[in-house]
Design a protein around this ligand. Structure first.
Ligand SMILES: [Zn+2]
Length: 866
């Protein structure tokens, strides 16, 4: 397997001015003709080398250079590349290839999904369409002519503006598209099918009218309103926040059922996983609505951060992704609730990215090498990358960040650039030195910040010492200290911040002591407010102080954080007792702290629901040096039941009080539903007939999907007939709605019922299970392997074997999705020896299979080695 290194980057010897594409679409055999104007790159010292074009699975039918057919001695073509010798400095190259979209199960390049043609080209899918310089620093003007049978494919879409169309003989028609903006091939898109359009418009700040079109299958025409409203809100927000306007006359979104990722920002023609477009209250939950709003905005924001200014090479992926995730997080914070959004983002970061940083796939946000680029669309590049972008805003302020972003975009408009160019743009616009920030781009691992404090009563001062340490990797230089902004406040006994103590400390050395004056009482420090840097904070703190911050901290994030730390402390203590075979006892102070949150009139329902939830088994396991999943599960179940029983009346009255409402998706109703369902969850965990009946009733009468799904997930956790009945009823009602049926698979896969594994095995043979559909495969297999640690890590290893078998099966169909699922084995070293050996054995078994893709092999080999 060839490993590609960042340090080996060389500019392309050839550049492409224009490429004119013609597609004769047919599911089994599509003909692609490309006519390119190429020239040698003047930036690269005069070369005489051959032209080398990328390809993948192509059959070459014709090849002409400046109009003349080439004889066989001038070129070598195979399915992976096309090499042409003795080319002039400037020339026209025409190719004709044949591809087979219906057989394309990798879903990279041109493929069919439920009868619709669509494309996915990032990162290296365009080479599966035609021979090309398939790298992001080669930018060309594209025109695309699509020809297809009119009856089956009445709608023919590509990037840019529709400039001409017409009829052909034999019932076929054609449409010609022209994209005025030069772009790299990964932003190319084509869609053809029987689709309907949900239309809207947007008037830009400078008064231009943009047509907005959301294209879906006819049956989904009533599920587009939210995506359209989200798009309009995102366009307005980017103008207001950053002064960035849209640049074409038309913006299209297409929803397809088979898609490897969430969505793709192709210029003017986004292709979306239907999960992130389609919604109405009866079929989509509040979280689905928020997910759609965030993803629609994310892809729209890419038009500037990704498309107008793109990446020089794929090592720079975080340049567009970290930045655009940060932008969508800020947008969602403005659209929903800043505190709730921050808690959700940080929870996701900790669950996925901290685990990645602690495991075999640890890599910096700008990786140094890869075998398969698709394996580096990771939580580190995206989520940690966004946190690193947030550091600029924390250091420069919101206005300074805006200035820096605009400067960077103006300076590099139309170019393919690097993370260093971004940092330089930020520095130049604000006239500051940001060199030390580069370390965040090449050092992997989650930094640990230790803090200790001392209050000097006689001097009236408080000294806070912060020190940092980094994970050391065997073959890499010793990590150096990172610049880490730490937002702090010192809280006084009355629960208010002590005047003058709310500051942002900049830790840029291994250790530093910061002194606060005029501190006349012993303070309780609140540190890393708003999660001001992607670090792990270590600090000795009493449960009393944590309960105090949980009740009083003026920073809503740290208020929630104090609760999580309190609960974590209690839970880890109980895990220890389980392992030692001791009786379990609940800390009444946690019950008391929960009761206080429930009765706090200053908190909205969403924040309350988050504060009243316990850290997941995945997060708790991260705190242990050797994980025993049974002990973690038992301790957590114990605390859930104790909280349920001790606060039974409070949960009951909370549930009763918030039971009635509408299915509207607005803040008041969302807050109400979240709090009510949190209460119900604790009640159902008691497994009393009376409380189970409440969940059954909610399941039967729920107006919207949020309440329906919540009740269903509680019922499938039970080991009783109610579970079986709910499973049957759900299926009968929703078997015709793929996205809702995905939930049915997912909830069963994530169930804490003892029957979960047997159900998952049975579901893998269900007629509606389809390994080739990424959403369905993830709903069952990824949800089970990554989201149900108790069942996945059963001690006999049967679940490991089951998932490994499915990975091998799936790898033959779609390696990209298979490699995501196999990553669930990455943490094997952290488990107790019995499970670690069983997991490792499955990794070795997968590696030993013949014909395994490089996608899966790269993950598996790293997991075994590191
Ligand atoms: Zn993106």
């Amino acid at each position: 397997m060839e490993r590609i290194h960042r340090k080996d980057y060389r500019a392309s010897e050839f550049l492409v001015d224009t490429i004119d594409l013609v597609f004769e679409l047919d599911p089994t055999e599509t003909i692609v003709r490309a006519k390119m104007q190429l020239h040698r790159n003047p930036e690269v010292p005069a070369g005489t080398g051959p032209l080398l074009l990328h390809g993948d699975g192509l059959e070459l039918r014709a090849l002409r250079l400046d109009g003349a057919a080439l004889d066989g001695s001038r070129f070598e073509a195979d399915s992976q590349s096309l090499r042409i010798h003795d080319v002039p400095d400037r020339f026209e190259l025409a190719t004709e290839v044949v591809i087979h979209p219906a057989e394309n199960t990798k879903l990279m390049g041109l493929y069919t999904s439920s009868g619709t043609f669509c494309t996915q080209c990032e990162a290296e899918g365009f080479r599966r369409i035609t021979y090309y310089l398939d790298r992001p620093d080669v930018m060309a003007r594209f025109t695309t002519r699509i020809e297809a049978e009119r009856a089956r494919y009445p709608v023919l879409l590509s990037n840019g503006n529709r400039v001409a169309e017409g009829e052909l003989s034999d019932g076929r028609h054609w449409v010609q598209w022209e994209d005025p903006f030069p772009k790299p091939s990964y932003l190319f898109a084509l869609v053809a099918g029987n689709l309907v359009c949900h239309e809207g418009t947007f008037t830009t700040a400078s008064g231009r009218e943009v047509a907005l079109e959301i294209w879906v299958e006819p049956a989904n025409a009533d599920k587009c309103a939210h995506a359209l409203a989200s798009l309009q809100a995102a366009m307005r927000w980017d103008e207001e926040r950053y002064g960035l306007e849209y640049d074409l006359d038309i913006y299209m979104i297409v929803a397809v059922d088979d898609f490897n990722m969430g969505a793709m920002e192709n210029k003017g023609l986004n292709v979306f996983n239907s999960k992130f477009v389609l919604a109405k209250p009866s079929t989509a939950t509040d979280d689905d609505y928020e997910g759609i709003e965030g993803v629609v905005a994310h892809e729209y924001f890419h038009n500037w951060t990704g498309n107008r200014v793109t990446c020089r090479d794929w090592f720079q992926l975080t340049l567009k992704e970290g930045l655009t995730v940060f932008r969508d997080q800020e947008f969602s914070a403005d659209m929903t609730s800043a505190a709730v959004q921050r808690i959700k983002d940080v929870t996701r970061l900790r669950t996925a990215q901290f685990a990645e940083d602690a495991g075999p796939l640890a890599h910096p946000i700008r990786p140094e090498s890869y075998i398969e680029m698709n394996n580096f669309y990771t939580a580190t590049v995206y989520e940690k990358g966004a946190e690193v972008v947030r550091l600029y805003q924390t250091l420069l302020g919101r206005e300074g960040f805006r200035k820096g972003l605009r400067h960077y975009l103006e300076r590099h408009d139309g170019c393919a650039v690097t993370c260093d160019d971004f940092r330089q743009g930020m520095a130049d616009a604000n006239d500051v030195d940001l060199d030390q920030l580069e370390r965040w781009y090449f050092q992997a691992g989650t930094p640990v910040v230790r803090t200790s404090g001392a209050w000097d009563a006689s001097a009236g001062s408080y000294a806070m010492t912060l020190s940092q340490s980094q994970r050391v990797f065997p073959d890499e230089p010793r990590p150096r200290p990172l610049p880490i902004p730490i937002r702090v406040g010192l809280v006084g006994a009355d629960g208010n911040d002590i005047a003058g103590t709310v500051r942002t400390l900049e830790l840029s050395e291994d250790e530093h002591t910061f002194t606060f004056e005029n501190v006349r009482e012993r303070p309780v420090p609140s540190i890393a407010r708003g999660f001001s840097a992607p670090i792990k904070l270590e600090m000795e703190r009493s449960r009393e102080d944590l309960a105090f911050l949980m009740a009083n901290d003026s920073d809503p994030f740290n208020r929630w954080e104090a609760g999580q730390r309190f609960a974590t402390d209690v839970l880890l203590g109980l895990v220890g007792r389980v392992l030692e075979g001791q009786a379990l006892e609940m800390d009444p102070a946690l019950v008391q702290a929960f009761r206080r949150i429930l009765s706090d009139g200053s908190l909205d329902g969403s924040i309350k629901a988050l504060t009243l939830s316990l850290p997941s088994e995945e997060l708790l396991s991260q705190e242990l040096s050797q994980v025993d999943p049974d002990a973690v599960h038992r301790a957590r179940e114990f605390v859930v039941r104790e909280l349920g029983a001790a606060l039974r009346d409070d949960w009951m009255s909370t549930y009763a009080q918030h039971r009635q409402g509408t299915d509207a998706v607005d803040k008041a109703q969302i807050d109400r539903r979240r709090l009510k369902n949190r209460a119900l969850r604790y009640l159902v965990a008691l497994e009393e007939q009376g409380t189970i009946a409440l969940a059954v009733e909610q399941f039967r009468t729920a107006a919207g999907m949020t309440d329906y799904e919540a009740a269903f997930s509680m019922l499938v956790d039970l080991d009783s007939s109610e579970a079986d009945r709910a499973i049957a009823e759900f299926y009968d009602r929703w078997r015709g709605e793929p996205l809702v049926l995905d939930k049915w698979f997912r909830m069963q896969a994530m169930s804490s019922s003892p029957a979960a594994f047997d159900r998952v095995v049975a579901l893998s043979n269900h007629p509606d299970f389809n390994l080739a559909n990424p959403n369905r495969a993830r709903s069952l297999l990824f949800a089970f392997a990554a989201g149900n640690p108790f069942a996945f890590h059963r001690a006999d290893g049967e679940a490991y074997r089951f998932v490994a078998d499915r990975v091998v099966e799936l790898d033959a169909i779609n390696p990209q999705v298979a490699s995501r699922i196999v990553s669930s084995f990455n943490q094997w070293r952290r488990f107790e020896p019995g499970r670690a050996a069983l997991m490792k054995a499955q990794l070795e078994r997968i590696a030993g299979q013949s014909g395994i893709s490089k996608d899966v092999l790269e993950i598996v080999e790293r997991a075994v080695e590191r």
